[in-house]
Design a protein around this ligand. Structure first.
Ligand SMILES: Nc1nc2c(c(=O)[nH]1)N[C@H]1C(S)=C(S)[C@@H](COP(=O)(O)OP(=O)(O)OC[C@H]3O[C@@H](n4cnc5c(=O)[nH]c(N)nc54)[C@H](O)[C@@H]3O)O[C@H]1N2
Ligand SMILES: Nc1nc2c(c(=O)[nH]1)N[C@H]1C(S)=C(S)[C@@H](COP(=O)(O)OP(=O)(O)OC[C@H]3O[C@@H](n4cnc5c(=O)[nH]c(N)nc54)[C@H](O)[C@@H]3O)O[C@H]1N2
Ligand SMILES: [Mo]
Length: 735
């Protein structure tokens, strides 16, 4: 019997201490099991899964949740701004005053300017089925709608490419299927630090033990390279597409492709093959061609191509970070095409190399319905937006500051007057923060629901204190349900201070705004309903008591298996019913920068850009194991683990007299920051790295002292929708 079941059987009691099975729930890609020990209403200890493998064992972040909940920095009361916008001077007010002000402002702005003047920004701070930004989206939709932004900052490129090639973003296999792979390529993917489902690393360890070969392609000698790799291939950032294309060239030249698979399940290989041979542009996409672009030796490219084509089955895992670049969608399209060329789609041990969250044929959507947004339904989606899984208005999230500042683009111009921020930290996590500050200064009213005084919260006019995951009940699921389980994230203690959940806040606002239909259910009743429509077995109360419910599969689930086994009955959901190496959806857009077959297009701010004379280093912003984006940044235990630094190769450091631990200034035309250098061979020359998510702390000269990479990144997007966070040139100098 698993421990949590035993605890549940005993009524969760140990003397006068209750042990409550609950979960972890920030947006890191994992969802883990935690056991909270509670005595006299206070959490005294936190443990995690210690049952049978594969466990849902929490990492260091989950284990610090007690410090998070009891942090002295928690926002305790509703606050009203008294100083200048952004100055951080606030005064405590009552909930009544706060909610009256917010509802009056909503009414005022809607009456004078119309509902599109209200800009809603909800993101990934809260990811439960009930407690998530959808609570506010529902409220605003009922109120008359609001402006929203489209764009997936995680994987816009993967999403667009997956839709173009497969007609869906649900392309994953269950993680245990890794054990069936003989060759595993982690391409710009670092699951040892960057969580993608709790047990990805568990299965990678098992696969290695069973003798599978693991290759990593990454500009950084990451923790995954250190832990798993038989071979590390460093590559110049932003050039991955060229290497993938050259691999396709080698496979086609040596006739190693799975021609039967290509004939039966794909369209467009002939056109791709013309491109590979240089029929169109006179440039054969040889390994030598790719070497000059990627810095990867031609022989290495050739070997990997042959190995991938001849080792069966093989799983190519294209991480999202190389796609978080200019033209990032081409990288994902090229990876998908390689998987199709080698027949590694729809089989055990392969991987479709698509977006990779969710399985074809299984939907686990659920939650409180947000309803129609009357503002958005008046706007036609843009062409690229039509490839998104949801239709959207014309505003891309990467360009939100321009939309507020009022610069017109793409025919999109709304007079935005009010910002409603929930479960997001845009003045930290969006690109080009200095422009962000100017945008926020211009607005008439800003309301933020937050737990902490983040950079965004400092700009609020009304700041509402929100409770944390252990002060409310919810249901959560790991990304892609790769662990194939639901977790009941149970309430452990009452809401601290005067904090409330976003749902409770919305219920009270709805009453003030006269929106009777907002909710006729309690939290518990909503969760019961959600559970029933989501999975429903066992009944909700049993599930809640157990804390966890694993979905049962007779064997590892493989996406597209039905399409491969019986393509007549199960066509791919694309216009042709096949995997589209030549994408009709892209072709219809008629955009040379979004070609119908995967092509290498050199990024802006590449090493060859004229800007590289002034700003010669390529900046990457990967995940830190001590944060989930900007969450957990202020937790003392985690701060001890790793300091925020600029990773720089000794070759680049020595030419600038930069020493390990010494302060450096990192800058470009968009902004600057000062932070310590970490001089290390773990990053290739010409590339520097700052972990994303550190808190933006500009000094009086506007120089960031917190190490927040987004003072440097560019606020634009790729034609297929990718956020190009990893396309950014900078210069570094010793301070
Ligand atoms: N440079 C760079 N920037 C990036 C990225 C990158 O790779 N490089 N990655 C991008 C990616 S992939 C993502 S997903 C985004 C994440 O962007 P965001 O979702 O904006 O970032 P978070 O840090 O998760 O911010 C969430 C905020 O929600 C708050 N919060 C937590 N729980 C609740 C709750 O229940 N209610 C409310 N109201 N608030 C809550 C937290 O305190 C936190 O301040 O960042 C993007 N930014
Ligand atoms: N600990 C932790 N885990 C997380 C999160 C978190 O905040 N903290 N956030 C979650 C979220 S919301 C997301 S979207 C995912 C994101 O997950 P990823 O996008 O996979 O994560 P990153 O850590 O940004 O990058 C992974 C690796 O890609 C490499 N890389 C960067 N640019 C390039 C390139 O141009 N080419 C190649 N070949 N490699 C490159 C980096 O060096 C790094 O080793 O992570 C999730 N997991
Ligand atoms: Mo993300």
């Amino acid at each position: 019997m698993r421990d949590e079941d035993r605890d549940a059987d005993k009524g969760n009691r140990l003397d006068d201490t209750r042990v409550i099975p609950t979960g972890c729930g920030y947006d890191c890609g994992g969802r883990c099991l935690l056991k909270a020990y509670v005595k006299d209403g206070v959490i005294t200890k936190v443990e995690t899964d210690d049952g049978e493998e594969p466990q849902l064992r929490a990492c260091l972040r989950g284990r610090t949740l007690r410090q998070n909940i009891y942090s002295p920095a928690r926002l305790r009361f509703p606050l009203k701004r008294v100083g200048e916008r952004g100055e951080g001077k606030f005064e405590r007010i009552s909930w009544d005053e706060a909610l009256d002000t917010v509802s009056n402002q909503l009414n005022r702005v809607k009456e004078i300017y119309g509902p599109s003047a209200i800009f809603y920004i909800g993101y990934t701070g809260a990811i439960g089925y009930l407690h998530n930004p959808g609570t506010v989206q529902r409220l605003l939709n009922m109120f008359g709608g609001c402006t929203t932004a489209w764009g997936d900052s995680s994987a816009g490129g993967a999403r667009s490419a997956s839709m173009a090639s497969y007609g869906t973003v649900a392309t994953a296999n269950t993680r245990e299927d890794i054990l069936n792979s003989r060759l595993i390529i982690l391409w710009g993917w670092n699951p040892a630090s960057t969580v993608f489902g709790t047990n990805t690393t568990y299965y990678l360890v098992k696969a290695r033990e069973a003798g599978s070969k693991i290759v990593c392609v990454d500009p950084m000698f990451s923790n995954s390279v250190a832990t798993f790799a038989d071979e590390w291939i460093p590559i110049i950032p932003g050039t991955d597409t060229a290497m993938l294309i050259a691999m396709a060239y080698v496979i086609a030249k040596d006739n190693l492709q799975d021609q039967k698979f290509l004939d039966n399940y794909t369209v467009g290989f002939d056109k791709y093959s013309d491109y590979l041979r240089g029929v169109e542009d006179g440039v054969p996409k040889t390994p030598a061609w790719a070497e000059s672009i990627t810095g990867v030796p031609a022989a290495t490219i050739e070997n990997l191509a042959r190995e991938y084509a001849t080792t069966k089955p093989a799983a190519l895992f294209p991480g999202w970070a190389p796609g978080r670049t200019a033209y990032g969608e081409q990288y994902h399209r090229a990876a998908i095409t390689l998987a199709a060329m080698t027949g590694n789609v729809g089989i055990h041990g392969g991987n479709a190399a698509g977006y990779g969250l969710g399985y074809t044929g299984i939907s686990l959507e659920g939650g409180m319905p947000t309803g129609e947004n009357p503002v958005e339904s008046m706007v036609l989606p843009t062409a690229t937006g039509a490839l998104e899984t949801r239709p959207h208005a014309g505003l891309h999230r990467a360009r939100m500051w321009d939309a507020i500042v009022g610069e017109e683009y793409q025919g999109y111009h709304r007079d935005i007057k009010m910002l409603y921020v929930v479960a997001a930290n845009p003045l930290n996590q969006s690109p080009n923060l200095n422009k962000g500050v100017r945008a926020l200064e211009k607005l008439e009213f800003i309301v933020v629901h937050e737990q902490f005084m983040t950079a965004t919260a400092r700009f609020a006019d009304i700041l509402l204190p929100v409770n944390t995951i252990w002060e409310r009940n919810d249901i959560a699921i790991p990304w892609s349900f790769q662990e194939v389980c639901f977790i009941h994230v149970s309430k452990v203690v009452d809401s601290l201070y005067e904090s409330k959940s976003d749902f409770e806040i919305c219920v009270e606002l709805a009453r003030r705004l006269g929106l009777q239909n907002y909710s006729d259910k309690t939290e518990d009743e909503w969760l019961k309903d959600i559970w029933r429509s989501l999975y429903g077995k066992p009944d909700y109360d049993t599930f809640k008591k157990q804390g966890i419910c694993r979905m049962e599969f007779p064997e590892p689930y493989v996406s597209f298996r039905e399409q491969i086994e019986d393509s007549k009955q199960h066509p791919f959901p694309t216009p042709s019913g096949k995997i589209e190496i030549y994408s009709q959806l892209y072709a219809a857009l008629n955009d040379p920068l979004l070609p119908p077959i995967p092509k290498y297009i050199e990024t802006w701010e590449s090493r060859n850009d004229s800007l590289a004379v002034k700003y010669p280093l390529q900046l990457l912003t990967a995940r830190s194991k001590r944060r989930a984006h900007s969450c957990y940044e202020n937790i003392p235990w985690l701060q001890e683990l790793e300091s925020q630094t600029l990773w720089i190769n000794p070759r680049d450091a020595s030419s600038k007299q930069i020493t390990n631990g010494g302060e450096v200034r990192v800058f470009n035309e968009r902004g600057q920051m000062v932070l310590p250098a970490y001089v290390t061979e773990d990053i290739m020359p010409g590339v520097v790295q700052i972990n994303e998510g550190a808190w933006y702390q500009p000094d009086e000269h506007g120089v960031d002292r917190g190490g927040c990479a987004n003072v440097l990144t560019k606020d634009t997007y790729s034609p297929g929708g990718a956020f190009p966070f990893n396309t950014c040139l900078v210069q570094v100098e010793r301070v």
